[in-house]
Design a protein around this ligand. Structure first.
Ligand code: GDP
Length: 295
């Protein structure tokens, strides 16, 4: 299960404070040392860990906490609040004001971009939107067919021109058709590569230029930890992302990506992929995630 190690270690560190009638600075320091190690071991970015520990320590040795009747509980509350802040504080929602709104999906091959495009369409459909999918991944073999099959299963139309056409043209024509047919959200799947490269970025920028998306969502694999954060940094620099989707949070990811992406890139995580099925996509709730980690 995701965050298992982190969860266990944080809980065992904080248990020492729970129910304590008196807490002094040394107690807080000892616990924070363990918290720091737990976060580093979960592959959280070291700068993020440093800032987090210093913020929590500062608040935890404040008068309000040390002189409270339940200081142990107060420290745990501070950790919970700061973990929530680390992940963005409140839930970051999609901004879908244009008609139709365009959501451009970007990411490396294998991250889960095509699957997430289908999941997102399904999610929006449940909110009474009329989504339309555009199959623009001309690079990965079978990606177009994969999206068509997904679209069929959820009864959402998929626009495609095959894999021989220019991806910019595919995106443009797809959006135009969605508009003509009165759809209110267009999700454009794009081509990834195995690594961040210039050809991919140029292609994505050209698509963005042409279709002027309301949202540019990066799909990253949470299992890849710090790599996911580096990928997010790179994409954000080039593409001005509006959000991140963390996939494979149902796996045994240690948690590093979920806890670092927002702080490192300043780009909020908007959704979490929780499985391979089309309904396994959840809006990302920092508060719930923090509580889940702390148990
Ligand atoms: P793309 O190359 O980025 O389009 O990647 P795909 O959408 O084809 O996904 C790659 C693999 O990851 C597929 O086997 C998906 O079923 C799987 N996948 C995608 N999202 C999730 C998720 O949230 N959880 C799990 N367990 N698997 C996922």
């Amino acid at each position: 299960m995701a965050f298992e190690g982190l969860s266990e270690r944080l809980q065992s560190a904080l248990k020492k404070l729970r129910g304590k009638g008196k807490v002094n600075e040394a107690d807080v320091k000892a616990v924070m040392r363990e918290v720091r190690l737990a976060l580093l071991e979960a592959d959280v970015n070291f700068k993020v860990v440093k800032e987090f520990v210093s913020r929590v320590s500062e608040r935890a040795v404040g008068q309000e906490v040390l002189t409270s009747l339940t200081p142990g509980q107060q420290v745990i509350k501070v950790v919970n609040e700061e973990l929530t802040q680390l992940m963005g504080g409140t839930q970051a929602k999609l901004s879908l004001d244009s008609k139709p709104s365009v959501i451009m999906m970007v990411g490396l091959q294998g991250a889960g971009k095509t699957t997430t495009s289908g999941k997102l369409a399904h999610h929006l459909q449940k909110q009474h939107k009329r989504p339309f999918l555009v199959a623009g991944d001309v690079y990965r073999p079978a990606a177009i067919r994969q999206l068509e099959v997904l679209g069929e299963s959820i009864e959402i139309p998929v626009f495609s021109l095959g894999d021989k056409e220019d991806p910019v043209k595919i995106a443009e024509q797809g959006v135009a058709q969605a508009k003509e047919e009165g759809h209110d959200v267009v999700i454009v799947d794009t081509a990834g590569r195995l690594h961040v490269d210039e050809t991919m970025m140029d292609e994505l920028k050209a698509i963005r230029e042409r279709v002027q998306p309301d949202e540019v969502l990066l799909v990253v694999d949470a299992m890849t930890g710090q790599d996911a954060v580096n990928v997010a940094e790179n994409f954000n620099r080039e593409m001005n992302l509006t959000g991140v989707v963390l996939t494979k949070l149902d796996g045994d990811t240690r948690g590093g990506a979920a806890l670092s992406v927002k702080s490192v890139t300043n780009c909020p995580v908007k959704f979490a992929g929780m499985g391979e099925k089309v309904d396994a996509l959840e809006p990302f709730h920092p508060e719930r995630m923090a509580s889940r980690i702390l148990g």
